[in-house]
Design a protein around this ligand. Structure first.
Ligand SMILES: *[C@@H]1O[C@H](CO)[C@@H](O)[C@H](O)[C@H]1NC(C)=O
Ligand SMILES: *[C@@H]1O[C@H](CO)[C@@H](O)[C@H](O)[C@H]1NC(C)=O
Ligand SMILES: *[C@@H]1O[C@H](CO)[C@@H](O)[C@H](O)[C@H]1NC(C)=O
Length: 340
C-alpha cells in the first residue's frame, strides 16, 4: 500500500580517484509519507489530520527536524535509493459508496429546517467509483516537483549522462496510480534535465518487491485474509468514542443515531479531507465533526494500519524482508564496485 515507486541511482561515471579513496560513503534515503506536523495552512482545524493522506507538497517547504541532509565532510554520494509513495489520488472504490450512502441518508432523513442539512443536501456528489483511487492531477504535479527537488539536491547522480546510460532505475508496483506516479516522476526528471524528446523513460513493474505483502503467504493467511486479525479495530469502531461521534452527528442532522454507522462517520471524515485536499475548500462536511472527533478518526486509521501493516503482528514487518534484502544488496554492490 505504501510502497510504490522505487528509484535507484548509482555512481556517477567519474569514480573518485585513488587519492580520494578514503572518502567513500553510501547514502540511503527513504521517503515515506510524513504527517503534516505544523498547521501552516491555518485555515482548517482539520488540516493537521490527514494521517497517511498528507500531501508531499505541503511538506516541501517545511523543514522536518532530523531530515535536513548534510553531506559528511569529504564524502562522495555514490547512490540514492528512494522509496516513494504515489501522489495524491482520488478516493478508492471501497470508500465512494460509503460517501454516497451518508449523502443520501442526509437528503432523505435530515432535518430540513437545519441550515447544515440544507447545505449538505445541496452539495453536489461528484465522487464516483470509476475514480477508483486513480492519481489526481495534483499527484502528477507533486511527483514532477519531487523529481526536480531530488535532482537539484543530488546533481552528480541525476545527470543527463546517467539518465542516458540507464543508470537510473525505476521500479513500481502495478497499481495504476503507482505506474502513473512513476511516469510523472520521470517526466519531471526529463524536464529538469532538459530532455524533452525522451520516450517517457523506462520503468519496471515489480510487485514481488513493491507489493511484497501480496506475495507473502504467511502474511495473507495470518493477517490479510484473517477475519479476526483486526479484532482490536472492530472493538474501537464499536466503542464509546465512535458512539459519541455518531450521536453528535445524528443530533446535528436530526437523524436517529441508529441510522448512522461507523463507516458513514469515516466517509464523512474523508469527504471533509478530500474536498480540502483536492479542491482546497472547507466543505460543510467538516461541520459535522468536532476537532476531538477528527482526532478519534485519525486514531482509528492509525490503529488499523498498526494491525494490518505495522507492529501489530511480526509477520507484517517480516513480509518486507525481500525488499530490504534487495535494497541492502544493491548498496553493498555499489560500495564494492566503488572500492574496486
Ligand atoms: C577533507 O579533505 C581535505 C583536503 O584533502 C583535508 O584537508 C581535510 O582534513 C579533510 N577533512 C576531513 C574531515 O577528513
Ligand atoms: C494514467 O496516465 C494515462 C496517460 O497519461 C491516462 O490516460 C490515465 O487515465 C492515467 N490513469 C490513472 C489511473 O491515473
Ligand atoms: C487470525 O488471527 C488471530 C489473531 O492474531 C490468530 O489468533 C489466528 O490464529 C489467526 N488465524 C489464522 C488462520 O492464522
Amino acid at each position: 500500500m505504501l510502497r510504490c515507486l522505487w528509484l535507484r541511482l548509482s555512481g556517477a561515471a567519474s569514480v573518485p580517484g585513488p587519492g580520494r579513496a578514503s572518502s567513500r560513503c553510501s547514502l540511503l534515503i527513504l521517503c515515506v509519507s510524513i504527517r503534516l506536523c505544523a498547521a501552516s495552512l491555518g485555515r482548517s482545524p482539520w488540516a493537521e489530520y490527514y494521517g497517511t493522506k498528507s500531501r508531499y507538497e505541503v511538506l516541501s517547504g517545511v523543514s522536518v527536524p532530523g531530515t535536513d541532509w548534510l553531506a559528511p565532510a569529504n564524502c562522495t554520494v555514490l547512490q540514492v535509493n528512494a522509496l516513494i509513495r504515489h501522489g495524491t489520488r482520488y478516493p478508492t472504490r471501497k470508500n465512494v459508496p460509503r460517501m454516497v450512502e451518508i449523502h443520501q441518508l442526509i437528503r432523505e432523513q435530515g432535518d430540513v429546517g437545519s441550515s447544515l442539512v440544507q447545505a449538505l443536501a445541496g452539495w453536489h456528489m461528484w465522487y464516483n467509483e470509476r475514480m477508483d483511487g486513480n492519481l489526481h492531477p495534483l499527484g502528477i504535479s507533486e511527483m514532477v516537483k519531487l523529481a526536480k527537488r531530488l535532482s537539484a539536491r543530488f546533481p552528480a547522480l541525476f545527470a543527463v549522462q546517467s539518465y542516458k546510460e540507464k543508470r537510473l532505475k525505476f521500479l513500481t508496483s502495478s497499481k495504476h496510480r503507482c505506474v502513473n506516479s512513476t511516469k510523472s516522476f520521470i517526466q519531471g526528471l526529463e524536464s529538469y534535465l532538459n530532455l524533452p524528446d525522451q520516450e517517457g523513460g523506462q520503468w519496471e513493474v515489480n510487485d514481488g518487491l513493491m507489493r511484497f505483502f501480496d506475495h507473502c503467504e504467511k502474511f495473507k493467511n495470518l493477517v490479510e485474509n484473517n477475519n479476526t486479525a483486526l479484532h482490536q479495530v472492530e472493538i474501537f469502531k464499536n466503542g464509546p468514542e465512535m458512539e459519541r461521534i455518531m450521536s453528535n452527528m445524528a443530533k446535528k442532522l436530526g437523524i436517529s443515531p441508529s441510522a448512522i454507522n461507523a463507516n458513514m462517520v469515516e466517509a464523512t471524515f474523508y469527504l471533509c479531507t478530500y474536498e480540502f485536499i483536492l479542491k482546497g475548500v472547507i466543505s460543510p462536511w467538516c461541520d459535522l465533526l468536532e476537532e476531538e472527533d477528527v482526532e478519534v478518526l485519525e486514531y482509528l486509521g492509525d490503529l488499523k494500519q498498526y494491525w494490518k501493516r505495522s507492529y501489530g503482528y511480526k509477520i507484517n514487518g517480516l513480509s518486507s524482508y525481500r525488499l530490504f534484502q534487495d535494497l541492502f544488496q544493491y548498496m553493498d554492490q555499489t560500495i564494492e564496485e566503488s572500492e574496486r
